[in-house]
Design a protein around this ligand. Structure first.
Ligand code: 13P
Ligand code: SF4
Length: 308
């Protein structure tokens, strides 16, 4: 099928299914352009909570689609490629997390949305990169807090809130490999540039950032800022929206510690236009969750939406 035919078929199926297409900023540009709504994890969860569409087609990774399913048990939630996981969720197995929790009895558990439903179900509240500081600030001061599974986001939140956090030692395979040395080199070459970074990056990389925030926050900051040039330290898919919304500005992707010029999430990039079209045609792969697990994971998610 040609690219144009694929696009037309997706639009036709969208009407037929009464579906909404939600996409994360790390998706391929063509997928973002077709979506009804593009956002960061929080905005996508909020949109999934408010949609009236019968079918939710989630162009993102598994934990994002799973969150949409937890919020919408009666709706069909499709993910173009079910193998689109997340290193943070994978590196926090539920049984190991249960044992970790048991070593800190009574601690309040704040869990990053990049986690499995089973880990969410063991948590008191969920957070995303855009509300983590706010959520931690809502926890009573005397309360010990476990923060999982991203240690780098946890360290950033700890600095911002002045709260000591018990950190699960997880990290993202994309954000942990940005090269500090290459970033400094880029800054030398572009002294007029502003560095914008995602809080999943290592502390030594964040130390060079002029602005730290979620994908949505980085995007809005870059669009509004008076600066004309930005070094972008997150997955390179975000550059698509940056270039669309501020075509007169320059966006330079920060390179990882490998031979590549930019940094892509292998999980996010598993979704393609063709797989999107096929999943809408076949109405699968669909997210399924046992009712008990769904209800247990819903409570901390609902608390996040209330506290956001
Ligand atoms: P955002 O919520 O900032 O979009 O982050 C999602 C993510 O997976 C970052 O790697
Ligand atoms: Fe997960 Fe990292 Fe990919 Fe985000 S960029 S989905 S945290 S692996």
């Amino acid at each position: 099928m040609s690219e144009h035919d694929c696009e037309q078929e997706i639009l036709r199926l969208k009407k037929e299914l009464n579906a909404v297409i939600l996409a994360h900023y790390y998706q391929e540009g063509e997928v973002q352009d077709l979506a009804d709504f593009v956002g960061d994890s929080l905005a996508l969860a909020q949109e999934a909570a408010r949609t009236s569409a019968e079918v939710i087609v989630f162009c993102g990774v598994h934990f994002m689609a799973e969150t949409a399913k937890i919020l919408n048990p009666g709706r069909l939630v499709l993910l173009p490629d079910l193998a689109a996981g997340c290193s943070l969720a994978d590196r926090c197995p539920p049984e190991a997390f249960r044992a970790f929790k048991e070593r800190h009895p009574g601690a309040f558990v704040v869990t990053y949305v990049n986690s499995s439903a089973a880990v969410k179900a063991m948590s008191d509240v969920i957070c995303t990169s855009s509300n983590a500081v706010k959520i931690v600030n809502r926890v009573p001061k005397e309360q010990q807090i476990i923060f999982a599974p991203d240690q780098h986001l946890g360290r950033y939140v700890s600095k911002q809130t002045g709260r000591e956090l018990v950190l699960w030692p997880g990290s993202c395979i994309v954000h942990e490999i940005f090269s500090e040395q290459k970033l400094v080199q880029l800054l030398v070459e572009h002294p007029d540039a502003e560095v914008v970074a995602h809080p999943e990056c290592e502390e030594r990389v964040l130390a060079h950032a002029h602005f730290v925030g979620s994908t949505k926050a980085i995007l809005e900051h870059a669009v509004k800022s008076e600066k004309k040039k930005f070094i972008v330290v997150t997955e390179s898919g975000i550059l698509h929206q940056m270039q669309r919304r501020a075509p007169y500005k320059t966006f330079i992707p920060a390179p990882p510690d490998s031979g590549c010029a930019c940094n892509e999430c292998p999980h996010m990039k598993l979704n393609t236009m063709e797989k999107l079209c096929l999943c809408m045609r076949d109405r699968r792969p669909a997210l399924e969750l046992p009712a008990g697990l769904r209800e247990a994971a819903l409570a901390p998610l609902k608390r996040m939406l209330e506290w956001s």
